[in-house]
Design a protein around this ligand. Structure first.
Ligand SMILES: Nc1nc2c(c(=O)[nH]1)N[C@H]1C(S)=C(S)[C@@H](COP(=O)(O)O)O[C@H]1N2
Ligand SMILES: [Mo]
Length: 287
């Protein structure tokens, strides 16, 4: 967990960068880069960190399998070279490879809670950078309202993708206001090292106030659009997986309660919190 002590410093650096951009009087600050919230480092998520030995062998990644043992199916997955194309309603469409991304955006560590829609939970130290930094870099046009994430599409490397009855590739989406709030994060590592394949190597999204399925793994595309994009789970089962998918203990999943959650490593049960406990950052987005 070597980066823990640096988290606060990195956060300050981000705040600094933000201040510089504002001071430089960017001609047309795009919608969504509005005032933001508690300038506090994400060094404590209120619960103990999840043991990495419990997090690594248990997750969802449907490209590979519908079981939780994703790690058994990822050997043939090639995560380098890898580029992310940022396209659509932006002034500067950019295709960036993993090393360029690392040079452009200073990385920090953030400890976030994670809540799967299936009611398991974990607390993870991610390494990455704010999604807002990347979006600011490509300069969204005024007409941009939504952000769509697209996963890789390689059935030869991910065998569950050979079942073309699923709407591959995996896609997810946010409003631009959601995508530019300070919580929205792009991760390239966790637990002090690069992402393992099963966790979405080499680059993924992390949105801790939303159910886990919104945090798309192994993305190759980010597209800014004027209209709400179709997304993988919402296309498959719209009555079970809505587009917004904010964590909310009051609203049951059609097949189970969302009131409590089970920690992956200890099996402890906690009360699930509105917005997964991140209301100070995001509640204003949902008046
Ligand atoms: N590309 C892709 N991303 C995905 C998924 C997936 O099947 N494919 N599953 C989601 C779900 S349901 C969860 S809970 C998290 C789980 O993975 P993690 O434990 O590595 O965060 O990834 C999310 N991102
Ligand atoms: Mo999930």
């Amino acid at each position: 967990m070597g980066l823990g002590a640096g988290g606060g410093f990195a956060w300050c650096r981000y705040r600094g960068a933000d201040a510089e951009v504002l001071a430089a009087g960017q001609p047309s600050a795009p919608v969504g880069f509005g005032p933001s919230t508690p300038a506090q480092p994400f060094t404590d998520a209120g619960h103990p960190l999840t043991d990495e030995n419990a997090a690594d062998p248990y997750c969802n990644f449907y490209e590979f399998t519908s079981t939780k043992s994703v790690w058994r199916h990822v050997e043939g997955f090639k995560t380098r070279p890898w580029t992310v194309a940022v396209t659509g309603l932006v002034r500067r469409p950019s295709t960036l490879d993993i090393d360029q991304l690392a040079r452009l955006f200073p990385r920090e560590e953030r400890i976030y809670r994670h809540r799967c829609v299936e009611a398991w939970a974990m607390v993870v130290p991610w390494i990455g950078f704010p999604l807002a930094d990347l979006l600011r870099h490509v300069e969204p046009l005024p007409a941009a309202r939504y952000v769509r994430f697209t996963g890789f599409d390689r059935p030869d490397e991910a065998s569950h993708m050979r079942d073309r009855s699923f709407p591959w590739p995996y896609t997810e989406g946010l409003t631009l206001a959601e995508a530019t709030n300070e919580l929205a994060f792009v991760a390239t590592g966790m637990y002090g090292h690069s992402l393992l394949k099963q966790h979405g190597a080499p680059i993924r999204v992390v949105l801790p106030w939303k159910y886990g399925f919104k945090s798309a793994k192994s993305i190759v595309g980010i597209e800014l659009t004027a209209t709400r994009p179709a997304t993988f789970w919402n296309t498959l089962a719209p009555h079970e997986y809505d587009f917004t998918a904010n964590v909310n203990p009051q609203v049951d999943h059609p097949r189970w309660s969302q009131r409590t959650e089970r920690m992956l490593d200890t099996g402890d049960r906690y009360q699930t919190m509105m917005y997964n406990g991140y209301g100070d950052w995001v509640a204003r987005l949902y008046p």
